[in-house]
Design a protein around this ligand. Structure first.
Ligand code: HEM
Length: 417
């Protein structure tokens, strides 16, 4: 049975300010932490988290029916199981790997050049708000085949959808706002879906519209849910990962110098960034039966369980010296870090492991390889103290960087490595 812990709360401001300070104590003392305010259990040990994410019968994604379905306007990929899940997942995977990925890298570069150009001559850029966030949205709109000129509007609706999914408690006003965003996004997408059914192109929406599953085409509701699923899943963590990568490298100048000398190390730096500070911190599941975890604590059948990815990735049972950022750590393995064999859990694991891992790696690697040679003498700008926010997804609120101003045209930029 759980032992109520009245002093510590993952919902406290103290925890929100820096969750990493609390993870060791949680893993050691209350690896199954009960949070009475939201009647949920938080698991922090690597072994327990891995067990939950791979025991698909014991722990289901039923939690998403209330957490995601109302704003996705239909069932999302992570809610599905069996043949339906395999078939629909394959469609999405195919759109983000192989030849499709090759072409997307070109689009990523073009988007990056356009967005960074105005900031280079100033010698100052907020890597989250000026660059990373718009880039993540632009790139995803390109892949989906949506108009880039609508990006601010789509990003705002997408923000409401993400807020709904990642909030621990929403006021009735915020809830209404989030649902309103979802309805508007759906209304924006429906005519596009109709048009792609008549005139399919090479984009993901066309592929979803024309794909068949057991001889039956996907309904508008299915396609809408998958589009919103991809939109949120692909944009939320991307800018956070890019900003965290730069923060860690700037804070570890010797590792930054090594990556500058040998850009092949970038993939290792991205993998270590994901392990050290995963942008997706929580993955929810529902326990289908009573389960006893490491240390003897149990969760009852029907309980909501949150896997704490940040805590699991820093479990000394999984990684040596886990609080240290080290791009050379031998226990991570760069290539496998973006596959089902990953030792870190930042892309989840098991059936619902992220379909966008290869795409995310290509996106961040392409953009970081372009930025690093341009951002000479890169350093934190003077000003407000660095701050992260978010319990469910977490990343820097801003990352203002100073560097030696660069005077290049877009054409020169396009030919940078
Ligand atoms: C650094 C970037 C990313 C991180 C850290 C990340 C993280 C995750 C995590 C933790 C899950 C598992 C959720 C669960 O088990 O319930 C997931 C699932 C998913 N991700 Fe990502 N993601 C990233 C980028 C992307 C991108 C670029 C896409 C674009 C396609 C994407 C699409 C998805 C989808 C569709 C799922 C649901 C898969 C399923 O249920 O079968 N993600 N992601």
């Amino acid at each position: 049975m759980h032992v109520p812990n009245t002093r510590f709360s993952v919902l406290s401001e103290d925890f929100a300010a820096d969750p990493y300070r609390h993870f060791a104590r949680l893993r050691e003392r209350t690896p199954v932490h009960y949070e009475p305010g939201i009647d949920s259990y938080f698991l922090s040990r690597h072994e327990d988290v891995k067990r939950v994410l791979t025991d698909h019968e014991g722990f289901t994604t039923e939690t998403l029916q209330v957490r995601a379905e109302p704003v996705m306007r239909g069932p999302v990929l992570a809610q599905m199981t069996g043949a339906e899940h395999t078939a629909k997942r394959k469609i999405v995977v195919r759109a983000f790997t192989g030849q499709a990925l090759h072409e997307q890298i070109r689009a990523i570069r073009a988007n990056a050049v356009e967005l960074m150009a105005p900031f280079l001559a100033r010698g100052r850029m907020d890597l989250v708000n000026d660059f990373g966030r718009p880039l993540a949205v632009h790139v995803t709109l390109d892949v989906l085949g949506l108009e880039r000129r609508d990006w601010r509007q789509v990003a705002a609706w997408n923000g409401g959808v993400a807020e709904f999914i990642t909030s621990m408690a929403l006021t009735p006003e915020r809830r209404r706002h989030c649902l309103d965003c979802a309805e508007r996004l759906e209304a924006y997408l429906l005519p596009v879906i109709e048009q792609r059914r008549r005139h399919p192109g090479d984009d993901l929406i066309s592929k979803l519209c024309t794909a068949e599953f057991d001889g039956i085409a996907m309904s508008d509701r299915d396609v809408t849910a998958l589009i919103i699923n991809v939109l949120v899943a692909a944009t939320e963590p991307a800018d956070k990962t890019l900003a965290l990568l730069f923060k860690h490298l700037i804070d570890h100048p010797e590792q930054l110098a090594q990556v500058r000398r040998d850009p092949e190390l970038l993939a290792a730096a991205i993998a270590e960034t994901l392990r050290h500070t995963p942008p997706v911190q929580l993955i929810p599941r529902r326990a289908e039966r009573e389960t006893v975890f490491a240390g003897g604590a149990a969760v009852p059948a029907g309980a909501t369980v949150f896997c704490m990815i940040g805590a699991a990735n820093r479990d000394p049972a999984a990684f040596a010296d886990p609080d240290t950022f080290d791009i050379h750590r031998p226990d991570l393995g760069t290539a496998r870090s973006f596959t089902a064999a990953a030792q870190h859990l930042s892309f989840g694991t098991g059936l619902h492991q992220c379909v966008g891992a290869a795409f995310a790696r290509a996106e961040i690697e392409t953009v970081a390889a372009m930025l690093l040679p341009l951002l000479d003498q890169v350093r934190h700008s003077p000003g407000p103290r660095y701050r992260e926010s978010g319990l469910y997804t977490r990343g820097p609120v801003a990352l203002s960087l100073d560097f030696t101003p660069v005077h290049l045209g877009e054409r020169d930029l396009a030919s940078t490595p």
